[in-house]
Design a binder for this molecule. Sequence first.
Ligand code: NAD
Length: 355
Amino acid sequence: MTRFDYKTLPWNIIFGTGALARLPEELDKLGLSHALVLATPNQSEQGQEVVSLLGHRAVGLFDQAVMHVPIETVEQAMAEVARVKADCTVSIGGGSTTGLGKALALKLDLPNIAIPTTYAGSEMTNIWGITENERKVTGRDNRVLPTLTLYDPELTLGLPAKFAGPSGLNAMAQAVVNVASGDDNPMVSLMAVEAVRVLARSLPRVIAEPQNMEARAEASYGACLAGGSLGTGTTSLHHRLCHTFGGSFNTPHAETHTILLPHCVAYNALATAGGTQRLAEAMGVDNAAIGIYELAKTVGAPTALKDIGIRESDLDKAAAIATEMPVNNPEPVTTKRVRALLENAFHGSLPQPIA
Ligand code: NAD
């Protein structure tokens, strides 16, 4: 008999090519009139364009968002919010910029609008993360869910292949852990399976034909679904490992997801046989873990921890940090088994179950 608990999130989504033009009227509808636009230094120009588009509704641009939301950046941005008397933030960028908007929402109860330009999926979740003293602390709080998420796939056209591939696999991870989770929530996995199907099909096309709008739009749609499944679903060992490497070793977020995902799927394959099979079917492959590993190669993403700055001598510390607190995961988690998983991920070996 099917049994499940399900609570949805109050998403407010506008999706479509050219949707950015609707931002000013949507801000008016929300009764917001003093927007602080957030961006990374890389996307300062795009941030400035949003400031221009908003006209009198914008009170400034804070273009210092960085990966993993360091507390120092949050504090600088909080000071800027106070200085310009902002009544909301508008994040244009990837998960780092969305994450800064979320951190400000958490600290200041400030509405945040997300305009994603990668496939991070953060804009669909109520999960925040802030890095302090080399540890990334994360939590769920509905106050951080964007008041509005505006997807305009045209904004992803400039995302270079070296970011697009790992970013898409980061989205896929959010869906994958909610298909092969052991919890098998049918409402969540409905969205998650579709996300996997759409992403597996679109990502190779995004890399092969970067200006193909149909493929770009499909990948953004996949990210929206994947983020939605993470927002209403669960996380497991995979996310614990990614946060360990991101928070304690400062590895790039999407690449870390890409490398670890196939190994975590293989780790859980016995405990989640049904879900893992659904994953494989959605991807059109025989073995889900190997299918994800091959997809990473196809999109030119890294497949080995040693290629993103991790040394073999870091693995013991990483395994210890990742397992110092209990972790929700279908297969039992021990420091020894995690260390074995990391050994495979370090070398970029074919993913395999860990005894
Ligand atoms: P990112 O936001 O750091 O972006 C990577 C780089 O690409 C940045 O320099 C950015 O400015 C640039 N960029 C983004 N879009 C571009 C475009 N269209 N054209 C040109 N350059 C562009 O990377 P990310 O992978 O999107 O996000 C990673 C962060 O998101 C991490 O901190 C991670 O923890 C967080 N995240 C959070 C959640 C959540 O639910 N809370 C989910 C996923 C990711």
